[in-house]
Design a protein around this ligand. Sequence first.
Ligand SMILES: N[C@@H](CCC(=O)N[C@@H](CS)C(=O)NCC(=O)O)C(=O)O
Length: 213
Amino acid sequence: MAAIRVHGSTVSTAAMRVFACLYEKELEFEFVQINMGAGEHKQEPFISLNPFGQVPAFEDGDLKLFESRAITQYIAHEYAGKGTQLIIPESKKMAILSVWMEVEAHQFDPAASKLTWELGIKPMFKMVTDEAVVEENEAKLAKVLNIYETRLTQYKYIAGDCFTLADLHHIPNIYYLMGTRSKKLFDSRPHVSAWVADIMSRPAWLKVMAMKH
Ligand SMILES: N[C@@H](CCC(=O)N[C@@H](CS)C(=O)NCC(=O)O)C(=O)O
């Protein structure tokens, strides 16, 4: 049995965030598929791993975690010597990286997740898209991306000159949105568009994509 286990679904943006991190760090792991359609994430044994009943849940030996961004930060610290360096071992630079991880979680993700749901996931399950929600959240996301466009004229990546967790955390929602009409919000901003092309072509992300087939 592998020491690292991820319980989740390859449809879940939060689970994909963890898979991308594990592949960047070149770590082996076991994927335990949770059948969300059957509600397995709301029942035992899953809710012993995450009482909030959301995927992913994570185990590394005795350590049990949930919340995808807490999991990626654990992996990046615990396995600092392996694979891609996703954090910065200098406190001021790390503080800036933390700022942009918070920006992703509290500015980018709320709007991006709603658009992923309305335009990416709902059509997959033949559910009807709520146009008012799309309009409201495209406007919110556009404002966030204006700030990213300015930031990315100064730096190649969102937290500085290197690819870090702050970039990685964005990838799953951007993956869904690039297959929807919200793609235009990224394409119309040249520096955002170049950043998207760069982070979406990382070999670790291509391995996450391969898990879906
Ligand atoms: N903040 C959590 C969010 C987890 C989350 O929303 N997971 C979704 C799938 S992406 C889920 O399990 N949804 C089912 C539900 O909430 O019932 C994280 O980053 O891990």
